[in-house]
Design a protein around this ligand. Structure first.
Ligand code: CP
Length: 308
């Protein structure tokens, strides 16, 4: 069993080995216990400085990275791009170089451009963690999804997963597909054909456009939001039509396995890709995903910044 990650950065799940994924999940298991204590703090990263640099909005990822760092006793600095010198035209490169001059131990970045995290990882000496870059990757989301699935189902290998919705613009789908393939899971994607990339089969998934068929036999269903901020108009007739054909509701769920689990990375559009009763219902693990996001991000920060 390995005890460290090979790269200085976490930019995607595509480059992680199955052993590295297991290392992160197993480390996250120990980290989760810390969050259930009265005093939710250990000194592992005392004296380390973590910068959260978010060029796109975020609730779950930014907050959980901040909480994760603080629970490990790191000093966490959040940079809000709208009130930073980015608003005055400073480039990503200059921003990265100026942050580097303050000697951080890790930079967590979210950016609307695919490849932004890789770009600054080449500039910075410290670890860079991709918190979502365009439609490319969102590795910690996929890792927390795997953690949540393993917690519920005990084993990952052989599970059937259906990822439903806007696959084309989803960094969550891409990171999950890479990671799930490595862990021996069987992934199907479903949704309107306009929102499924051509040739996606080449990265190891099946395509089933009929959502009802994609639900049948799935152990795990992951619903995705339509990423309106990343797509041109006219890719589906209307929100109402989308919801009728591709949204998950109690009626469609009648075709699912008895022990199916339902997940969503958030933010949800209730009544569009998922009905409120399903989102809040007995099969939903959506809030467990959020809880586990803290543990997984604690594990990633710990492994990359070399905590004791
Ligand atoms: N799942 C996710 O990335 O949520 P946020 O955009 O709120 O961080």
């Amino acid at each position: 069993m390995i005890n460290k990650l090979k790269s200085k950065d976490l930019l995607g799940t595509k480059d992680l080995s199955p052993e590295e994924i297991l290392l992160i999940l197993n480390t996250a298991e120990s980290m989760k216990e810390i969050s259930s204590r009265d005093i939710k703090k250990v000194p592992a990263l005392r004296g380390k400085t973590i910068i959260n640099l978010f060029y796109e909005s975020s609730t779950r990822t930014r907050t959980s990275f901040e909480i994760a760092g603080k629970r490990l006793s790191a000093d966490v600095v959040n940079i809000s791009v709208s009130t930073s010198s980015v608003a005055k035209g400073e480039t990503l490169r200059d921003t990265a170089k100026n942050l580097e001059a303050m000697n951080p131990d890790a930079v967590v970045i979210r950016h609307s451009s695919s490849g932004a995290s890789e770009y600054i990882a080449k500039i910075l000496r410290c670890p860079v963690i991709n918190a979502g870059d365009g439609a490319h990757e969102h590795p910690t989301q996929a890792l927390l999804d795997l953690f949540t699935i393993r917690e519920k189902k005990k084993e990952l290998k052989g599970l059937k997963v259906s990822i439903i919705g806007d696959i084309a613009h989803s960094r969550v789908a891409r990171s999950n597909i890479y990671a799930m393939n490595k862990m021996g899971m069987d992934v199907t994607v479903s949704g309107p054909s306009t929102l499924i990339p051509v040739d996606i089969e080449k990265i190891g998934v099946k395509v089933v456009n009929d959502v009802v068929k994609a639900i049948e036999g799935a152990d795990v269903i992951i619903m995705l939001r339509i990423q309106l901020e990343r797509q041109e108009k006219g890719l589906f007739p209307s929100i109402r039509e989308y919801s009728r054909l591709f949204g998950l509701n109690t009626e469609k769920l009648k075709n699912a396995k008895e022990d199916v689990i339902i997940m969503h990375p958030g933010p949800m559009n209730r009544g569009v890709e998922i009905s409120a009763d399903v989102a809040d219902g007995q099969y939903s693990l959506i809030l467990d995903q959020v809880t586990n996001g803290v543990a997984v991000r604690m594990a990633v920060l710990h492994l990359l910044t070399g905590g004791a």
